[in-house]
Design a protein around this ligand. Structure first.
Ligand SMILES: *[C@@H]1O[C@H](CO)[C@@H](O)[C@H](O)[C@H]1NC(C)=O
Ligand SMILES: *[C@@H]1O[C@H](CO)[C@@H](O)[C@H](O)[C@H]1NC(C)=O
Length: 579
């Protein structure tokens, strides 16, 4: 009974000891306080004499941590003191409430108290970014408003001591926004406010700061390096919109003419320029060649000023992706005196009658030179000592006219040399020989070799006896120079001459027709003769003239209205005796 009573008491006591837990003590302390800093006074808070603490061997044990002590009790003073560094961040991380629990034990009798110490945050951590440098590669073609995510800064502290705001150092292109994703995490983003241009700025360096709300305020900073990537947004640009070159004709093949040059501000393939021919005439394509890589233009064909004096070529510069631009090349060809004048006989009245009056136009000559300016100015001349001259007419025409009377019997043909010379340097010239023959006009009478012929024959001759032979010459041509002999009518002793003599018309041999009797006829004369014509009387002596030998009547001057309508001319025909 006794024992059982004892046992019950003991067990009750034990239960009382084990479960008799006095009310909690709670304190609050800032993290990072120095060792020995006083958190509160336990003896006072429990209403105990200070001396009791050491008598009852009071001690503190951290709940759940074997090694860490954090707090202790000063048995002499009854103070709860900081025993080692308390770092809220390592104890509680991001938890908003950071509480460390202790047990306070007394012996004799055994007694347990719970102590909770609230650890208060101090701003001992600065915001930090996950990396020191954030690198972005952004194409220059990115549109305004494009967003680039930046991981938020982290601050181990909590509440106001955590990250509160961000500032992006002023720059031309980006602003910074904070966004909250659907799961509540925060992130930042760079927003493109003004388009990029690699050709203007290849790299942009930004500084982003994260600020907390503690006091003093702490900040973290990150560099954001933006590399602007090339987009093929630039066409090649020629150094000139129009290139001009001048080239003498006949320039040798492969001679360089001009070099065009275009640059492209883009990078790599985007900026590699090759050249090509744009709009080009077939003719230009044959005459000029282009080096696609260097932009050099060469002569590739026969450059002839006379075929073309100006060429326009459109050149294209293309970058690696085919963006192109154009420039114009104007090539002027200068003339070289490479064409001799050409003399063309446009018309010629050939033969020219020998009676053509001085100043008669016998031919028309044209002179051409395919060159230009001075090189095509041509002087035309005729050799000297010929009865012809050139009279300049319209443009490059010349009349070939006679300068004096011609005489076929003196000169029957002319080979006249016309020369033409241009004013180029050196000058070029050419000659043309024009053959002119002179046509006959019957302007010479036959002339007997002798003034008179005498012949003696014995009487009683036989009829048909050859007495003599007469000979006359006429220098005219063919029938105009052919002499026919005849006897003029006349009488001898009352009988016609023809009853005594006859003459062979072709040969001029004179024969007797009958037998002569010396006693009747000692001698007689006959006349061979030519006819001559004279104007004896005319209404107006100044108008007409007559050819002495042919009897042809011509006017001597123009007939005008004042002259008589009717003109009477009396012509005498005279036979002159030669023999
Ligand atoms: C003119 O030229 C022709 C042809 O060359 C030649 O036969 C002729 O004899 C020349 N005449 C004169 C008068 O030189
Ligand atoms: C002879 O002269 C005349 C003019 O008097 C001329 O018309 C004719 O053609 C000439 N005959 C010859 C063969 O030259």
């Amino acid at each position: 009974m006794e024992y059982s009573g004892m046992a019950l008491r003991v067990s009750l006591f034990l239960i009382c000891v084990l479960y008799y837990v006095h009310g909690d003590l709670s304190y609050s302390v800032q993290e990072e306080m120095k060792r020995g800093s006083v958190i509160g006074n336990i003896a006072k808070d429990l209403g105990l004499e200070v001396g009791i603490l050491s008598i009852r061997k009071a001690r503190i044990k951290t709940v759940g941590s074997e090694r860490r002590k954090y707090c202790d009790i000063n048995l002499r003073t009854g103070d709860l003191i900081v025993a080692e560094r308390i770092d809220r961040e390592s104890l509680c991380g991001e938890k908003h409430s950071c509480v460390v629990k202790f047990e306070l034990l007394f012996e004799a009798p055994l007694e347990l108290h719970r102590i909770t110490v609230q650890i208060q945050d101090i701003n001992d951590n600065a915001p930090t970014f996950p990396k020191d440098i954030i690198k972005f590669e952004i194409t220059e073609s990115a549109d305004k408003g494009a967003r680039y995510r930046v991981n938020a800064a982290h601050d181990a502290d909590i509440g106001q001591n955590g990250v509160q705001s961000y500032t992006l150092k002023r720059n031309d292109h980006f602003v910074f926004n904070i966004q909250t994703s659907s799961d509540g995490t925060k992130y930042g983003e760079l927003v493109l406010e003004k388009e990029l241009d690699r050709e203007e700025q290849k790299e942009i360096k930004l500084l982003l700061s994260a600020l907390d709300g503690g006091s003093p305020q702490r900040s973290g900073i990150v560099a954001i390096d933006v590399t602007v990537l090339d987009a093929n947004d630039n066409a090649p640009v020629f150094s000139q919109a129009v290139y001009e070159a001048s080239l003498p004709e006949n320039t040798q093949i492969k001679t360089p003419v001009i070099t065009v040059s275009a640059t492209d501000a883009d990078e790599g393939v985007n900026g590699e320029v090759i050249y090509g021919l744009g709009r080009v005439s077939d003719k230009s394509r044959k005459l000029f060649s282009l080096d696609r890589e260097t932009g050099n233009i060469f002569v590739a064909g026969d450059i002839d000023f006379e075929e073309g004096s100006k060429y326009e070529i459109i050149i294209q510069a293309k970058d690696g992706f085919g963006i192109s631009s154009d420039a114009k090349i104007i090539i002027s060809i200068t003339d070289v005196n490479d064409n001799a004048p050409v003399i063309v006989l446009k018309s010629l009245s050939n033969p020219v009658p020998e009676n053509a009056s001085p100043g008669t136009e016998v031919g028309l000559i044209n002179v051409q030179d395919r060159d230009s300016e001075k090189n095509r100015k041509v002087r035309c001349s005729l050799q000297q000592h010929v009865p012809f001259k050139l009279i300049p007419s319209i443009k490059n025409y010349y009349s070939l006219v006679t300068t004096e009377k011609l005489d076929r019997e003196l000169v029957s043909e002319y080979n006249i040399t016309i020369s033409a010379k241009d004013e180029g340097s050196p000058p070029l010239s050419s000659v043309k020989v024009v053959h002119i023959s002179i046509a006959d006009v019957n302007d010479n009478p036959p002339v007997f070799e002798d003034q008179s012929y005498s012949s003696y024959i014995p009487e009683n001759n036989k009829p048909g006896h050859s007495l003599c032979s007469v000979k006359a010459h006429d220098p005219d041509w063919r029938q105009n120079g052919t002499v026919i002999y005849s006897l003029l009518p006349g009488e001898v002793n009352g009988a016609p001459v023809s009853s005594y003599l006859s003459v062979n018309g072709d040969t001029g041999v004179i024969q007797s027709v009958r037998s002569f009797d010396y006693e009747q006829l000692m001698s007689f004369k006959v006349d061979n003769a030519w006819l001559s014509y004279h104007i004896i009387k005319s209404t107006d002596p100044g108008i007409f003239k007559i050819d002495l030998h042919s009897g042809e009547i011509r006017t001597q001057r123009d007939i005008s209205d004042s002259d008589n309508m009717k003109q009477n001319i009396l012509v005498a025909e005279k036979a002159q005796t030669v023999i």
